[in-house]
Structures are given as structure tokens and as C-alpha cells.
Design a protein around this ligand. Structure first.
Ligand code: MOS
Length: 722
């Protein structure tokens, strides 16, 4: 049984009718015990017989051509097997989602840190030693490594609605501010890793990847073989945040080396290689202009940005994404410039666009409120548009106003005091808020559900990158089939299973979850038929089927395995309605008046993001996002050498993601009940990235409330405050 479903109309809420009490509950992750006991098998935990170790060698210049390598010198080191160069291996790590063609670089180097060779040895240590000793001859070419100095920029067509220029010039109050955000790293805890093993002309790749279906096609494309000859395994992935969306050089290198040497090869990046080589988030320069009438009606909105990327990469950080649909105005205008530089390629890092765009935009909204003498909460509530301001589509579901008011009530916003007037000893205290928004997506996804008696198995190549996929897919299946979740086994991360959306853009739960839901729905129809009742009248509970006054145990109805496969695809609704998660973030900070040290004292996020599938994993995602907000506002900054683009913050000691000491104990997340009927058949929306989108701006706005001062260059390091 196969079922192909396209989202062409609003969907009935079957998961509200099944009433098993499984969906939405804070069920523990079934994979949790394996993770905490060290038995969850991450890529680098595997060591097939005869395995050799590969270490990537990186270019130490920004642009030019490699003219030679002293291979023989390192081949003499004990345990060193080979030094492999191959243009397929040193492709740019183009992202699967972007659909960019891999750049076949040959001997050419396009950025400092680009992988240029793989040293293979009997041990990791020998490979690393030899990789460091390998002498490379090259001819360097002039290279612009920073967006300020490159002559090579492209400005796209502006996105507009109404007439910004007239609205701007007629505005009673104007805010015109420039902001900068630095390049950021995804900083996933598990370094990028791959193990390749060939059987004849078939290759099996274990790798830390987010989107197995796409990665399989990418590897086949890289190797020039048919996709049917490739199998990818990624049952556990230790965080991705965008950095594992596309096939990376470690995977290509492992596959090429394993084929050449006729034995399995494992390539694990050092943390330094991850920072040098893996896609970064672009730095941004932003200009926000807001115009309003005296009584606080926003009339003009403009958000222009400049980002960077290497030549030939299609991705550009979509900085003004949320600025285009949060508030209404009679004139809106958005432009983007991409500076082409010779630097580590830029790609999607968690909440691409909103994560950095809203840091600026929502701070500007706050500043407009100050200029108007208005409460920033009131200003936001007053300017929510009826429809998408650019394309006029209705919102599919939007509880932004409720999030703002509910959050304000819970946070004690009404007690807000005059900026810069509250102190506790040397500490100035302030509170701030910001709207949250992150557009919602659905990506084609397939899944199979098998059922024998009261035992079910879910099969899909979907990944769990720490997000809770194992839990939610078990819950959806259990809810649909009337089984305890413990009776559902979930198999993920194997490209031989039905191809899913993968994990990215917060679309994983929506897309893969919908496919599982549809497959389980097919099984319900089959069970109803066997029982002799209408599918609509079927009740499944505790392994029993009931309907039309008939009743039977699943064990009797399904004595032998049945299965169903389903595929979800976005259809007309993606065009007819605009779907986004919304929310409101609140933060309280203390700023030391002498040192500029900033401590976040409490945070609250109130969010409406469709149906919550698992209250615990959803909360963890939202909290994790809010912590990213703290990092973006206060600590995270990738720095590179202005001479050659060499990334110098390249470990987790000097690229500072918030640690426990940076995160307040009082972090609260509240979900407002919502169903998005236009989004997908399970009425969900993306969660993880909504947590980050706007959270940093709430911190930024709290700093300004505490001190009466604003910094426009993020992160707000202590020296930017004193
Ligand atoms: Mo996400 S940045 O699309 O993994």
C-alpha cells in the first residue's frame, strides 16, 4: 500500500480525535538511555575490520594553485599509507538543499582551510602527524578575504510593497540604524565524521549528516556512480545546526580513499578542521529604517543587508526574512548585497536569516518605541498586519498578539521602569522583549509503518540530530494505532529506508511526522476493513479495535505483518497561505557599570508553533534556541585574519557558546495551544529555530533598558558597553 499526499486543502485534526493521550505528552526519549550509557552508535564509534584513518590537509593560503606536495617525506613516517589528492574530494562543501553543483576545484584553492589532500595512516595519530608535516608548494593569488575590501559584490532586486521612499520621507518619526553581526559557527558537539566501506562497486557510508536522502544523491554525484550503489547510515547525529545538511569533504574523502585502498577508511575532523572547513554563518552588515506616525503607526519599513560567500555558492543568509512579514506598513523595501570573498563558504546555520536579522530588526523596533515614547509591547501590538505585507497571503495560523500579551503578563512587563534607573549595587538592571518569527516549511518525505499484532515499526531515512525524532515518530504511530509508545520501534538514518525530508530548517518533525501519520492512517483503514467498519468510526485503544459494534484484538486482526508507506508533499496550501511560527521573547539582564559584564538573569519565551508533539523535546528545542539567542547577543563571534581569511577562533574555548554559567536558571517556555490546518496533516510547525529567532534581540533590548545605551555591533562584548 502506497499513498501519496499533497497538501492542497486544510486538514482534519485526526490526532485530536484519537485521544490515546500519547501525542503531546512529555514522553522521555526512547533513545535516551542509549545516549547516556554511551551505547548510541555515533559515526566515529564504529571501527570496521581493517580500517585506516584519514586526516584532511587544509590549504594555508586564501587563493591560488597548488604546484606540488612533498608526499615522499610523509610516506616515510611509520604507519602512513597514502597521501590522496582528488578533485572530487576537495569540492566545495555545497549544500544539498541549495542544489548547488559541486565545484570541481582541481588544484585550485578558493579559501584558507579548504581541504586539499587526505593523509591515510594506520592510526589517527600517525595520520594527524603526517598531515601537519606535509609540505605543500603553491602559487598564491591576490584574494579579497573580507566583504569590506572585495570589489566583487552583487545586489539583488529589491523586495518591495507600496512606496517606501514616500512613506519614509512623510514619516513623523524616523529610525535609521546600521548594525553588524559577526560570522558564526554551528558548533555542533559531534565533530564531522565519516567511515566508508566498499563491497564491490557499492559503498556504505556512515556519516554525521542531517539529510540522508539528499546526501545519498550528493555522494553518488561526487563519485560519479548510480545512487543505487550508495548506502548512507546516520542513526545518531550529535547536533547539526545546518553544518551537516550537505555532504562534506570528510565523507567524499573517506569514500574515495576507501575505494583506492580497498579497505574501510574513517575520517574524523579535528575541531580546528571543523571551524576552518565547515560552512559558517555569514557576517552581516545591516541597515534598518523605520518610519512611523506620531501615534505609533508604522508606515515605512526597510531592511537592507550585505552578506558574503565564496564565488559560486548559491546560498545567501536571508537576513530580512522575518522583517518582511512581522509588521505592516504602507511602504516596505528590502535589498541584499552578496560580497564574493575567498573565505570559508557560508551556509545555513540555525535559523538562517532570522537568527541575525531579528537581532537588528527587533532592536530597531525597540528604538522606534523609545523615540515615540511608547511601550515597545504596545508598538508591536498596534502594527500587526492583517495579511502578509509583501505578497498579501493570509497567515495560516498566527497567535503573535496572544504570545505578546501572555508573555507580558507572565513576565511582569507592566512593572517596567524608566530606562537606566534601576540598580543593585554596581549592577544596572533592565528588561527587554522582542517578537519571534520563523517561517514554517514542509519538505517531501516518505515513511513506512509495519504492524504485527500490537507491535509496530517505523522506517524512514529521517535523522535524529538530538531533536527527538525517535520519540515523536513513536508517539505519532502509537497515537494513531492505539498502542503504548513502547510498542513502536523506530528505525532512522538508513538510506535504504523510505526517503524523508531530513532534519533542517525546523521542517523535520512536520515533514517526516506527516509521512508517518499518513502511513499509520493507511494502516487504520486496513484494520477497519478487516474489522468490517468505517475507517472514520474506528477506535484503536490498548491493542483493541472497535467500530460499528464490533471489537477485536489487533493480535487477531493482524496476526501477520501488514505495512503501509506514505509520502507527503507540499501542494497548493504552501502557496495559498503563509505559515510561520510566532512568539514573544522576554529577558532580564544585569549590566556591571564598571566592567560592562552582562548577565542574563531570566528569560521567558511564549510561542505558538502549531500542535506540540512532545512537550519535553519541544521545550528542549525552544530552550536551546533561546540559549543561542544569548550567544548571538553576548558571546559568539568567529574571527578571521584580515590578511588571508584564516579563521582564528577555531575551538570551543575561544568561540564561546553559552556555557551553564552564562545561562540563567530561570528560563521558561510557554506554548500556546495552536493547530495549523494549512501547514500539514498533523497541524504542526517548526520549533527549534523559532526559539532563537528574536531571543537575542530581547537580551539586546534589555541591555539598553538597563543602561540607556545601545551598541549596534554584536555580540555586545563588555568593551562595547563601557
Ligand atoms: Mo538548519 S540551519 O536548516 O539545520
Amino acid at each position: 500500500m502506497k499513498d501519496h499526499f499533497t497538501m492542497d486543502s486544510p486538514q482534519p485534526r485526526l490526532l485530536d480525535e484519537t485521544k490515546q493521550g500519547v501525542i503531546g505528552t512529555p514522553m522521555d526519549r526512547p533513545d535516551g538511555p542509549r545516549k547516556v550509557s554511551g551505547t548510541a552508535d555515533y559515526t566515529a564509534d564504529h571501527a570496521p575490520d581493517g580500517m585506516a584513518h584519514g586526516m584532511l590537509v587544509r590549504a594555508t593560503f586564501a587563493r591560488g594553485r597548488i604546484t606540488g606536495m612533498d608526499r615522499d617525506a610523509v610516506l616515510g613516517i611509520a604507519g602512513v599509507i597514502d597521501v590522496i589528492t582528488d578533485p572530487r574530494m576537495i569540492r566545495n562543501p555545497a549544500q544539498g538543499m541549495a542544489g548547488a553543483a559541486p565545484v570541481q576545484t582541481g588544484d585550485e584553492v578558493h579559501f584558507h582551510g579548504q581541504p586539499i589532500a587526505l593523509v591515510v595512516a594506520e592510526t589517527f595519530e600517525a595520520a594527524r602527524d603526517a598531515a601537519q608535516r606535509l609540505t605543500v608548494q603553491y602559487q598564491a593569488a591576490p584574494a579579497a578575504v573580507s566583504p569590506e575590501t572585495t570589489p566583487d559584490t552583487e545586489t539583488g532586486d529589491p523586495v518591495t510593497a507600496g512606496d517606501f521612499d514616500s512613506a519614509w520621507s512623510a514619516a513623523d518619526v524616523q529610525i535609521d540604524r546600521a548594525y553588524t553581526t559577526p560570522s558564526q559557527a554551528a558548533a555542533a558537539m559531534e565533530p564531522h565524521a565519516a567511515i566508508a566501506e566498499w563491497q564491490g562497486d557499492h559503498v556504505t557510508l556512515r556519516s554525521a549528516l542531517q539529510m540522508v536522502r539528499f546526501n545519498k544523491a550528493e555522494l553518488a554525484d561526487t563519485l560519479g556512480i548510480g545512487p543505487s550503489k550508495v548506502r548512507i547510515l546516520a542513526p545518531f547525529v550529535g547536533g547539526g545546526f545546518g553544518s551537516k545538511l550537505g555532504l562534506g569533504p570528510e565523507a567524499a574523502a573517506a569514500a574515495i580513499a576507501a575505494q583506492k585502498l580497498g579497505r574501510p577508511v574513517r575520517v574524523v575532523m579535528t575541531r580546528q578542521t571543523v571551524f576552518d572547513t565547515v560552512l559558517r554563518r555569514s557576517e552581516t552588515a545591516q541597515r534598518v529604517r523605520l518610519g512611523a506616525t506620531k501615534d505609533g503607526r508604522i508606515t515605512a519599513i526597510s531592511h537592507d543587508d550585505r552578506v558574503s560567500n565564496i564565488d559560486g555558492e548559491g546560498f545567501a543568509e536571508p537576513v530580512s526574512q522575518a522583517s518582511q512579514f512581522l509588521y505592516g506598513a504602507s511602504g516596505l523595501s528590502f535589498t541584499q548585497t552578496v560580497a564574493r570573498i575567498a573565505a570559508t563558504p557560508a551556509g545555513s546555520v540555525r535559523a538562517p536569516g532570522e537568527a541575525v536579522g531579528m537581532l537588528a530588526f527587533e532592536a530597531a523596533i525597540d528604538e522606534l518605541a523609545d523615540a515615540l515614547g511608547m511601550d515597545p509591547l504596545e508598538l508591536r501590538l498596534k502594527n500587526l498586519p492583517q495579511k502578509h505585507p509583501i505578497d498579501g497571503r493570509p497567515y495560516s495560523a498566527r497567535r503573535l498578539a496572544d504570545c505578546l500579551t501572555e508573555g507580558a503578563a507572565r513576565f511582569g512587563w507592566a512593572d517596567r521602569w524608566t530606562a537606566g534607573t534601576r540598580r543593585e549595587g554596581d549592577w544596572l538592571i533592565g528588561i527587554g522583549m522582542a517578537s519571534a518569527a520563523r517561517s514554517n516549511m514542509l519538505v517531501k518525505s516518505s515513511a513506512r509503518v509495519r504492524l504485527t499484532g500490537d507491535q509496530a515499526t517505523v522506517e524512514t531515512d529521517m535523522t535524529d540530530i538530538g531533536t527527538g525524532t525517535y520519540a515523536i515518530l513513536a508517539q505519532i504511530t502509537a497515537e494513531m494505532l492505539g498502542l503504548p509508545a513502547a510498542n513502536v520501534a523506530v528505525r532512522l538514518g538508513d538510506s535504504d529506508l523510505p526517503g524523508a525530508s531530513g532534519s533542517g530548517g525546523s521542517f523535520g518533525a512536520n515533514s517526516a511526522g506527516s509521512a508517518v501519520f499518513l502511513a499509520a492512517k493507511k494502516l487504520r483503514a486496513e484494520i477497519a476493513e478487516r474489522l468490517g467498519c468505517d475507517a472514520e468510526g474506528l477506535t484503536l485503544q490498548n491493542g483493541q479495535a472497535r467500530g460499528d459494534n464490533r471489537e477485536a484484538a489487533l493480535a487477531d486482526l493482524v496476526p501477520e505483518e501488514i505495512f503501509a508507506e506514505a509520502t507527503i508533499e507540499k501542494g497548493k496550501t504552501a502557496k495559498s497561505h503563509f505559515s510561520s511560527g510566532f512568539g514573544a521573547h522576554f529577558a532580564e539582564v544585569a549590566v556591571n557599570e564598571w566592567t560592562g559584564e552582562i548577565r542574563v538573569r531570566r528569560m521567558l519565551g511564549v510561542m505558538s508553533m502549531g500542535r506540540i508533539l512532545n512537550e519535553k523535546t519541544a521545550r528542549s528545542q525552544a530552550l536551546g534556541g533561546m540559549i543561542w539567542g544569548i550567544g548571538a547577543a553576548l558571546t559568539e563571534e568567529m574571527q578571521s585574519d584580515p590578511r588571508d581569511g584564516h579563521i582564528v577562533t577555531r575551538d570551543l574555548a575561544n568561540y564561546h557558546v553559552p556555557a551553564h554559567a552564562d545561562v540563567p536558571g530561570d528560563m521558561q517556555v510557554v506554548f500556546l495551544e495552536e493547530r495549523d490546518d494549512w501547514a500539514n496533516p498533523i497541524q504542526t510547525k517548526g520549533i527549534g529555530e523559532l526559539g532563537i529567532s528574536g531571543a537575542g534581540a530581547a537580551v539586546i533590548n534589555a541591555i539598553s533598558h538597563a543602561t540607556g545605551k545601545r551598541s549596534y555591533d554584536y555580540p555586545v562584548l563588555p568593551d562595547r558597553m563601557v
